[in-house]
Write a protein that binds this ligand. Structure first.
Ligand SMILES: Cc1cc2nc3c(=O)[nH]c(=O)nc-3n(C[C@H](O)[C@H](O)[C@H](O)COP(=O)(O)OP(=O)(O)OC[C@H]3O[C@@H](n4cnc5c(N)ncnc54)[C@H](O)[C@@H]3O)c2cc1C
Length: 396
C-alpha cells in the first residue's frame, strides 16, 4: 500500500467527497509528470497548461460559494486538493493563491464588489492570485510598511514598493495592502492600513513597474514599484484603515493550505525514498534493509503524520469559525518541518542520484525549502506561540 493511500485511509474525517476529490486531483496531476516540471524549471516558465487544467476542473474555485459560481467546498477539501497536487510531484505554488486571496473579498467586500468579481474568479476568467504585502524595507514587520494610498477625489493614488509579489504577471487582479493613515496618527498600531483590489488590466496599471526576480526555484515572483498609480475608490475593500485585520484573517487560511502542501511534499519525498530504498542494491542487498536507511524514513513518516493531525485540527477549527491562529501557525510550522525533514532524508537515501535533475528530488527539495521562510518564517511563528499562547513577553 502506498503511503498516500495509507495516510488517506487513516485520516480522521476524510469524507467520501474528499476521497473522490483526492482521486480526481491525482488523475489530473498524472497528466503533468516530472518531464513537464523539469522543462519549466529550466526556463523558469509558468505552468500555464497545469493551471488551466486545475481551473477548468474547478479545483481553484473550491472555496468560492456556489452562489458565485464556485464549488462551495470547505477548507479541508481545499487542503486535500493542494496536498494531492504536491504529493503527485506537481507544484501548486503557481496557483494556490487563486484559492485563498479572494477570501478577503468574500469576507469583507461589499455585495456589489462580490457580484462584480467573484463569478469571474470562480470561472477562472479573472485571476486574483497576486497579493502585495511584503516590502523590502519592512519584511516581516508588516505594520511598518511604507506604500501609501492617498485619497484624491474618487480615486486613491498609490506610491511605494512591494517585493516578492508572486504571480503578478499571471494575474488580472491584485490585492494590495497600503497605508492610508500615518502610523503616528492612528489610535491603535494595527490601524491605518487599507486593502485595495487593483485591476491590473485597466488604466490603473499606469505607473506600475514590475520586475521579475529569479529565485532558487521556479516561482513567478516580482518586485513592484508604484508611481502615482490611481485606483478607483470603489476598489477599497471594507473600511479604510482596517485592512491589517482583514489580511490577518486571510492568513490563517493561507497557512493551513500551505501546510497541506507541505504534507503533500513530505508524502512525495517519503514515497520516493521508500521505493528507491527497496530497489537500490549495494553490497549485494537492497539499501532499505539497513536500519540506517530505514529509520530516518520511518521518522520522517511519523513526523509527517503528526503534522497532518495538526493541519486537520486547524482546518476543522477554521471551517467551524473558531479562533485558529495558534493552530494555523503550528500546522504551518510542523508541516514545513516535516516536509524539510522528508526532503533531507530523501536526498540521503538516493545518494548521488538525488542530485540528478531527472529524479525530480533536487527540484522538489528546492521548492519545499521555501516554506521555512514564506508565507511566514519559522521564527515569527515561534514568536507568535511564545507571546500569544505561552504568555511570554513580546520579544520585538
Ligand atoms: C519566493 C517567495 C514568494 C513570496 N511571495 C509573496 C507574496 O506573494 N506576497 C507577499 O506579500 N510576500 C511574499 N513573500 C514574502 C515572504 O512572506 C517573506 O519573505 C517572509 O514573510 C519573510 O520576510 P523577509 O523575507 O523580509 O525576512 P525578514 O523579515 O527580513 O527576516 C529575515 C530573517 O530574520 C528572522 N527574524 C526577523 N525578525 C525576527 C524576530 N523578531 N525574531 C526572530 N527572528 C526574526 C526571520 O524569521 C527570517 O528568518 C514571498 C517570499 C518568497 C521568498
Amino acid at each position: 500500500m502506498s503511503i498516500e493511500k495509507r495516510s488517506e485511509d487513516t485520516r480522521r474525517s476524510g469524507s467520501e467527497e474528499i476521497v473522490r476529490i483526492r482521486e480526481a486531483v491525482r488523475a489530473l496531476c498524472a497528466g503533468f509528470p516530472g518531464t513537464y516540471w523539469r522543462e519549466l524549471d529550466r526556463t523558469r516558465a509558468y505552468p500555464t497548461a497545469f493551471v488551466k487544467a486545475l481551473t477548468d476542473a474547478g479545483f481553484l474555485a473550491a472555496l468560492i460559494p456556489e452562489a458565485y459560481g464556485g464549488s462551495g467546498l470547505n477548507l479541508k477539501a481545499a487542503v486535500a486538493i493542494m496536498e494531492e497536487i504536491q504529493a503527485s510531484g506537481c507544484n501548486g505554488a503557481a496557483c494556490h493563491a487563486q484559492m485563498y486571496v479572494m477570501g478577503t473579498l468574500l469576507r469583507h467586500g461589499s455585495a456589489d464588489q462580490k457580484e462584480r468579481w467573484l463569478p469571474g474568479i470562480a470561472s477562472g476568467a479573472l485571476r486574483l492570485q497576486a497579493f502585495g504585502v511584503t516590502e523590502p524595507g519592512s519584511g516581516s514587520d508588516t505594520l511598518n510598511l511604507r506604500t501609501v494610498a492617498v485619497r484624491e477625489g474618487d480615486h486613491y493614488v498609490i506610491n511605494g514598493q512591494k517585493i516578492w509579489t508572486s504571480r503578478l504577471e499571471h494575474s488580472d487582479l491584485m490585492l494590495l495592502l497600503a497605508r492610508t493613515t500615518a502610523r503616528e496618527a492612528v489610535k491603535k498600531h494595527t490601524e491605518g492600513l487599507s486593502v485595495f483590489l487593483l485591476d491590473l488590466r485597466e488604466e490603473s496599471r499606469r505607473g506600475l513597474t514590475v520586475r521579475p526576480i529569479r529565485t532558487m526555484m521556479n516561482h513567478a515572483t516580482t518586485e513592484v514599484f508604484f508611481d502615482d498609480v490611481r485606483v478607483p475608490a470603489e476598489n477599497l475593500i471594507g473600511q479604510e484603515g482596517q485592512g491589517f485585520s482583514y489580511i490577518l484573517a486571510g492568513m490563517n487560511a493561507e497557512r493551513i493550505l500551505i501546510a497541506g502542501e507541505c504534507i503533500g511534499d513530505a508524502k512525495w519525498f517519503i514515497e520516493r525514498a521508500t521505493s528507491y530504498a527497496k530497489e537500490r542494491v549495494v553490497f549485494g542487498r537492497p539499501i532499505g534493509r539497513n536500519q540506517g536507511i530505514q529509520f530516518p524514513i520511518a521518522r520522517a513518516y511519523a513526523q509527517m503524520r503528526a503534522a497532518e493531525l495538526m493541519v486537520d485540527e486547524a482546518a476543522e477549527r477554521y471551517q467551524e469559525g473558531l479562533p485558529c491562529g495558534a493552530e494555523a501557525n503550528m500546522a504551518k510550522l510542523l508541516a514545513a518541518d516535516a516536509s524539510w525533514a522528508a526532503a533531507d532524508t530523501c536526498v540521503q537515501t538516493l545518494g548521488g542520484f538525488a542530485f540528478a535533475e531527472e529524479f525530480d528530488v533536487e527540484r522538489k527539495f528546492r521548492e519545499t525549502r521555501l516554506y521555512q521562510v514564506a508565507p511566514v518564517s519559522t521564527n515569527l511563528i515561534l514568536s507568535y506561540l511564545s507571546e500569544h499562547v505561552l504568555g511570554l513577553p513580546r520579544s520585538y
